[in-house]
Structures are given as C-alpha cells and as structure tokens.
Design a protein around this ligand. Structure first.
Ligand code: TTP
Ligand code: MG
Length: 348
C-alpha cells in the first residue's frame, strides 16, 4: 500500500484552526498583496477549486484568490504530525518505507489473505489516522509499489483505490506517460517526442530505441509501464537529504547579505539535524541568479553532526563559486549523505 496524506501542510494547519476547513487556505511564501516572491507549498482542496496548486508562484495564487488565508510554514509541527501518522501506520504494517514527510509505502502481505481483506485493512488504517492524528489521507493498494503509488493518485482526495494484479496493466495503459511513477518532466518530454503518449504505448516500446535515449533506466521504464516492479518495501530510518530554500525580497550582490541568508538557512537545516540525531557528509549550495540561471555546488566533508559545519561549508561554497557579477535571487542549503544512528544500531 502507498499512504499519502491529503494536502498535508494545510491539513496540519486545519487542526490548529478548524475554521480554515471551509476557507481556501495556502501554506507558502508571504504574498505581500501580490508582490510576494516564492511559491505555494500546498493548499487545501477548497483553494484548489480556484486553480491554485503546489509550486505555483505565490503572486499568481494571490491574483486568483486574494482573500484566501495565506500561512507561513510551521515545519516542526508538520514533522510532529508526520511522526504521529507514522507510528499509527506502524501498528498496521510490516515494513514501512517513508518516501517523504507525508508518504509511506507499507508491506501488509503478512496481515491479509485477499483483496477484500486488503480493502478492509486500508479502511482501518485510514480511520485510525483520521481519528487519532486528525489527518485525512488516501491509500493505493496493489501488488507492486509502482501501481500502488499510482492507484493512490487516483484515490485522492480522501479515498482508497485497489488495483488487482490482473487489472494493473490495463489500469496503467490508458494513463498519459507523464503520470508513470518515476517519469519526471524531462523524461516525459523525451518520451512524448519519441511518440509514446500513453503508458500503454511505452509498455510496447522497442527496448533498444529506449536504451538509446535513456541508458540503463530504459529497462526499469518499460518494466514499470508493464506493471512489473520487483522492488520491496524497505524500512528506511534514514531520509536522504534535508534542505531549506530562501528567496530574497530584492535580488542582491552584497556578500554580507548572502552570507547572512546562508547562515539562517543552515541554522534551519541544523535544527532538523539536531532533532533527528543524524550525521551528514555532503553540503550543497544552490544559487539562483536574477537571470534565473541556477547552479549547484557541493562539497564532501568527513561525516559529522557538528551543526556549524553546515554554515561553514555552505559559505565556503559561496565564496569559491559565486559569480560576483550577478545578483542572487534565491538560495538553497542542503545536506545529504545522511547516517541515522538508529539505523546503524539496527545493523549491528
Ligand atoms: P504532496 O503529497 O505532493 O501534496 P499534498 O499532500 O499537499 O497534497 P495531495 O493531497 O495532492 O497529496 O506533498 C506533501 C507536502 O510537501 C505538501 O503538503 C507540501 C510539501 N510540498 C512542498 O513543499 N513543495 C512542493 O512542491 C510539493 C508538491 C509539496
Ligand atoms: Mg500528500
């Protein structure tokens, strides 16, 4: 099963302020009466009726619905709610693989005998999360991760969708190729250009032709399109990376302003590191300039949990790489190569 929380950040906000449930509500950057920069992180389904969606510029959202509720992120609260959902989910599952803050694959093959039981089990999980964590979710069920994930998309919002093994190929075949799990917008463009419109088209693709365009990823692509996915649900106590981004109010060339923003972002990332008891070994700085060109600069360091290393390394990356002739519009600080002490303990 794939469990994905519905409109997660705003659903969390609705717990704090139930009156938001009937109002279009957005979590994201400050709209500043239409002059705001940055994006919508997410919005509730009331706001989606007005055409607002994740990743949309906040200024566009403001044009569509100036009197919506605009809220800043309260990340530590969302994390707390995510952990609450996770511990409920664990009661109903064997292995749990967390994909993101609001998305979990679970293997329930040792808890159920047939599809009817699978549906009943999913309903129990959904009810428990709603009752106890006060959060709505959707659940996709199938015999592979790929199809479970895509079934969940169709179940949204607040639903459960089962795709039986024998129905999986037909279920996928009718969908546009861009909806296949693992296909991003670049791959979608390529596939479209090669004449594959639907997942069904892709399922019959000539493997040599596909390999020419996608290398070894071709095999996985075609297998997914045929509902073939052997990957298991793997416990992962370890998240792959942690990052924070920031868009300047006014683009800037001033090193002291950029360095200050890098320090703030690093401190935010550091807070998360501290709460999770992990160490990291790669620091990445993302620089987007006012001409919208974007550059990633990374540095590997000795695995550490010393928080000061984040700001120090990110600042070095800025000083070594920044193009001083251009103004900076947006910054990101990310750490990766994470090791979780808990998962280490499990191994030994
Ligand atoms: P999603 O599960 O993609 O979206 P959602 O839960 O808001 O809505 P849906 O009902 O369609 O599942 O993402 C989970 C959270 O991650 C989301 O609440 C906010 C955050 N997020 C971002 O910060 N940036 C993004 O671009 C997206 C898509 C999500
Ligand atoms: Mg979600």
């Amino acid at each position: 099963m794939l469990i994905d929380m519905d409109y997660f950040f705003v659903a969390c906000e609705e717990i704090k302020r139930p009156e938001l449930r009937t109002r279009p509500t957005i979590v994201g950057a400050d709209p500043k009466e239409g002059r705001g920069r940055g994006v919508v992180m997410t919005c509730n389904y009331v706001a989606r009726k007005f055409g607002i969606h994740s990743a949309m510029p906040i200024s566009t959202a403001y044009k569509l619905k100036p009197d919506a509720e605009y809220l800043p992120m309260d990340y530590s609260y969302y994390e707390k709610k995510s952990n609450e959902a996770l511990s409920i989910i664990r009661e109903f599952a064997g292995p749990v693989e967390q994909v993101s803050i609001d998305e979990f694959f679970i293997d329930v093959s040792d808890r159920i005998k047939d599809y009817d039981e699978a549906l009943a089990h999913a309903a129990k999980i959904k009810d428990a999360i709603k009752e106890r964590a006060k959060l709505p979710c959707s659940i996709g069920i199938s015999n592979t991760k790929v199809v479970a994930k895509m079934a969940c998309e169709k179940a949204k919002p607040n639903g459960i969708k089962l795709v039986k093994e024998e129905e999986a190929k037909a279920f996928l075949a009718q969908l546009p190729v861009g909806q296949l799990y693992g296909v991003g917008s670049k791959s979608e463009e390529k596939l479209q250009a090669m004449g594959y419109k639907t997942i069904g088209d892709l399922s019959k693709a000539n493997i040599m032709e596909l390999m020419n365009a996608f290398g070894s990823f071709a095999v996985e692509l075609r297998n997914s399109a045929n509902a073939i996915d052997e990957s298991e649900v793997v416990e992962n106590y370890e998240v792959k990376s942690m990052s924070r981004e920031f868009t300047f109010e006014h683009d800037t060339k001033k090193p002291e302003e950029v360095v200050k923003a890098i320090k703030d972002l690093s401190a935010q990332v550091g807070k998360e590191v501290e709460s999770k008891n992990i160490s990291f070994k790669v620091v990445t700085l993302k620089l987007r300039y006012s001409d919208f060109t974007e550059h990633l600069h990374s540095k590997s360091i000795r695995p550490t949990n010393v928080l000061e290393e984040i700001a120090k390394t990110a600042t070095e990356l800025y000083k070594e790489n920044a193009d001083s002739s251009k103004k900076v519009r947006k910054l990101g600080v990310r750490i990766s190569g994470l090791t979780d002490y808990k998962s280490q303990k499990r191994l030994f």
